[in-house]
Design a protein around this ligand. Sequence first.
Ligand code: ZN
Length: 190
Amino acid sequence: MIGATRGLNPLFAADNNDITMPMTADYNREDVELDALYRDTVLDHYRSPRGRKTLDRVDLSRDGHNPLCGDRLTLSLKLSGDKIADVAVKGNGCAISIASASMLAEMLPGMTRGDAQRLAEIFRQMMHGHPAPAGVDVGDLDSLEGVRQFPVRIKCALLAWMTLVDVLRQADSGTAETSITVTENDGEVV
Ligand code: ZN
């Protein structure tokens, strides 16, 4: 009888509504994020990151830093004409930043610099809720779409890609800076 009474009483229903509390409580927030973010594909890239190697020749290199999370990486590119021949990534960071950089290292070899810049922009748009255009192969990047639910982690997912955009822009303009720090505005450089 008590159970039936509770079920009909909106006050009890409200009391029982505390199943939503862990969503905002700090002690459980990381668990919720893990569930939402660390899909099999992401975990695979995190555990076996591509591009963890030393290139026989480095044509372009850039450090990236995400101070919000502490992610740091060094992106190195070997070029062949207008194409990216090979990619190396070194650094430390959270699973999201490492997985995203691994996806970059997997996808870029063989792409032209222009196509790589376009893919980076498409991924940035994806992280802000805009689906990739039809016919564009985004590889494993769609497995990171859950990151959008946690805005502070978007910087983690974008770090490698914004570092890529920056090093290519630097090469195009002939400047010689050596690092970027992602800011509150994705893709802007300080
Ligand atoms: Zn991170």
